[in-house]
Design a binder for this molecule. Structure first.
Ligand SMILES: [Zn+2]
Length: 287
């Protein structure tokens, strides 16, 4: 169960001496329920990938029904998070209140919160993964459409179109110099509109994991008060900055490989993405 509900030592010592037998039963039932939700979540994610990829091929690479199907699945996955809250509030807690006070149930509620947050994070990551998979498969299909013959309107000679801009552009004919306009079809335009962004994110997923790890570690650090030592807190900020920057850098580099016109703005683009971080650091550390 991923060690999600492992209690730390302090909590074990704090256990009240006489735990009501019925309460222990309720608490165990609640653990079993959370375990089931977690299992069902993991299973659903497994099915989702297969179904989505099939959908893409069946729709002849129309990404709209495929992304719609994925969004439907995503909201089903999200609804598991609500199920945790409503089950605790409407069923578990009212029963437990027969044995304990409201404030004594904070730990029990916390078990649900931890699983909910973990599910949220896994959906966030899974979205990058699944949209990246769709985008890659779509890209491989759509890029071939660019190889179809495009002929000069004047002399019918074959004209090469550029394979790295994916939008309308002028191409002059090598034979008669007539300037032709190449207009991409919807699928080729979607390479630009949908695929490249998602492939770039997918290729940066390792950096994403590092970035999330640093963020979670930071969230465990209690902000120091005025006269307290700030070293740990500052180190947390540095880790976050490095990993988040590395993620965006990787993302923009990957994007520029597929769309070279973005190459010159990488540094600027990374800075725009990091703005929220520097604002937060200014607010909390005044640096
Ligand atoms: Zn021509």
């Amino acid at each position: 169960m991923l060690g999600l509900f492992k209690k730390n030592k302090d909590e074990e010592i704090k256990q009240p001496k006489e735990e009501h037998q019925e309460f222990i039963v309720l608490s165990k039932k609640w653990d079993v329920f959370l375990d089931k939700i977690n299992t069902r979540f993991e299973e659903s994610i497994g099915y989702a990938e297969e179904a989505i990829m099939e959908n893409l091929v069946e729709s002849d690479f129309d990404i709209h029904p495929t992304t719609r199907a994925w969004h439907g699945m995503k909201s089903q996955l999200m609804s598991m998070m609500n199920k945790i809250d409503t089950t605790f509030d409407e069923k578990v807690k009212p029963q437990m209140l027969a044995y304990k006070e409201d404030w004594e149930l904070i730990d029990e509620g916390q078990k649900g919160t931890i699983l909910r947050e973990s599910i949220y994070e896994r959906i966030e990551r899974y979205e990058i993964f699944i949209e990246g998979k769709i985008a890659k498969k779509f890209y491989d299909h759509a890029i071939q459409l660019l190889n179809h013959d495009f002929n000069c309107t004047q002399c019918s000679a074959k004209i090469e179109v550029r394979k790295d801009i994916f939008r309308s552009h002028y191409v002059s004919c090598d034979y008669c110099n007539t300037v032709n306009t190449f207009t991409p079809n919807t699928k080729i335009a979607e390479i630009r509109g949908f695929a490249i962004d998602n492939i770039a994110k997918y290729n940066a997923i390792q950096e994403w994991d590092e970035y999330k790890k640093a963020q979670n570690a930071f969230n465990q650090i209690r902000p120091p008060s005025k006269n307290e030592d700030k070293t740990k807190y500052i180190t947390g900020f540095i880790e976050r900055e490095e990993t988040e920057k590395a993620f965006w850098l990787k993302y923009f580099v990957e994007r520029s490989i597929l769309l070279p016109e973005y190459k010159d703005t990488i540094d600027h683009d990374v800075n725009v993405k990091m703005k929220h971080f520097y604002e937060e650091r200014k607010r909390k550390l005044n640096v």
